[in-house]
Ligand binder design. Structure first.
Ligand code: PHB
Length: 393
């Protein structure tokens, strides 16, 4: 078996793993990233497109925000809309006025490209297309990963292993006797990308008796839309016309028109909340989707992964450079506090906005929407969570 050695072995080359490698490198800590997929696959996955304030602050601080500043779009807030007995209202919630914090429209796909470019520039070792990744000896001072690369078996020895390999990767299964919390929702999202200028300046989250809809965007020429659909919906059930009609109905508002265009991508996304603890076992640390999944309604997935890594990087630096394990020992408890905050917020946004067909739910949802759009106290809670609490909250 071929043997390699590094300080931090990172499983998964998505945004969490690549950002961690970047942060460690800045502090002179060496890492190797292993990934089962191809570089192109990881770089082209379409995910949410909203960066919260602390994510943007961090990317700026580490010199990764040049393209974000040029091509991203800063938003002051979101629009919330509902249609009650045939009458629609749309209200703007201004995060900047309410909290002094904003959000940026910049796709996770773009963040990933920037991280990959920076990794290439500094000579970061990333092994793509590895197979059979397994984690070993995590309770000892000499943990390691094994995997096969181009048919060759490799053992990568490290001081620390970090699982950034999402909910399907092997890392979370390497934690013995974890505690898990799981919620699946009785609806999914049909998501499309379309070559059409956004019909709105900022995102619209729309509650409608037929189901939720979201108008997001990627650029001045590309729009992103989502429609609430039943679980197990087949893409074939939704022709282009049906999609555009569904969106037009759910976003309907006097004096406003939805522009349509060619649909370039479509998929059905399940909605799930999932938390696994502890986020550490011996010399293994979990970050991002390996430890938690949020439904996309609050756009928290990427931001939460970034927050995990922003806490973990200085903890590993202090441990490996100064033999000070105090931050590493605190990581699991500190990180999981924010995880539950974002889990609650994502669940709350999800349950406030999705039609269930239950008339009692409907009245509670409408009442909640009226409150968060008419009371500064109600709006501020939404704004603070959406624009994001400071890292370390
Ligand atoms: C997206 O642009 O893909 C997006 C935006 C906001 C969300 C979810 C997804 O809450």
């Amino acid at each position: 078996m071929h043997e390699e050695r590094t300080q931090v072995a990172i499983v998964g080359a998505g945004p969490a793993g690549m950002l961690l490698a970047h942060l460690l490198d800045r502090e002179g800590i060496e890492s190797v990233v292993v990934e089962t997929r191809t570089e192109e696959y990881v770089a082209s996955r379409i995910r949410a497109g909203i960066l919260e304030q602390s994510t943007v602050d961090l990317l700026r601080e580490i010199g990764l925000a040049d393209r974000l500043e040029r091509e991203g779009d800063e938003h002051r807030g979101i629009h919330l809309q509902w249609t009650d007995r045939g009458h629609s209202e749309r209200h703007h919630v201004d995060f900047v006025d309410l909290t002094g914090r904003s959000v940026w429209v910049y796709g996770q796909t773009e963040v990933q490209k920037d991280l990959v470019a920076a990794a290439r520039e500094r000579g970061q070792v990333v092994h793509y297309e590895v197979a059979d990744t397994a984690l070993h000896d995590l309770e000892t001072g000499q943990p390691s990963l094994t995997f096969t690369r181009d048919g060759e078996e490799v053992r990568l020895r490290a001081e620390v292993v970090v699982g950034c390999d999402g909910s399907f990767g092997p890392s979370r299964g390497a934690v013995p006797d974890p505690r898990t919390w799981d919620r699946t929702y009785p609806y999914s999202w049909l998501g499309i990308l379309a070559d059409v200028a956004p019909s709105t300046d900022e995102l619209i989250y729309a509650w409608h008796p037929e189901g939720f809809a979201l108008h997001s965007m990627r650029s001045s020429t590309v729009s992103r839309f989502y429609l609430q659909v039943p679980n197990d919906t087949a893409l074939d059930d939704w022709s282009d016309d049906r999609i555009w009609e569904g969106l037009a109905t759910r976003f309907d508002l006097d004096g406003w028109t939805l522009q349509t265009g060619p649909i370039t991508d479509r998929s059905v996304l399940p909605m799930r909340s999932f938390v696994q603890t502890p986020m550490r076992h011996g010399r293994l640390f979990l970050a991002g989707d390996a430890a938690h999944i949020v439904p996309p309604t609050g756009a928290k997935g990427l931001n939460l992964a970034v927050a995990d890594v922003a806490l973990l990087a200085p903890a590993l630096v202090a441990w490996l450079r100064k033999d000070d394990a105090s931050l590493a020992d605190a990581y699991a408890d500190t990180a999981v506090r924010r995880v539950w905050r974002c889990t609650h917020f994502s669940w709350w946004m999800t349950t406030m906005l999705h039609a269930t067909g239950d008339p009692f739910d409907e009245q509670l949802q409408l009442s909640q929407l009226r409150w968060v759009t008419s009371s500064d106290a109600g709006a501020a809670g939404l704004a603070e969570n959406y624009a994001g609490l400071p890292i370390g909250f």
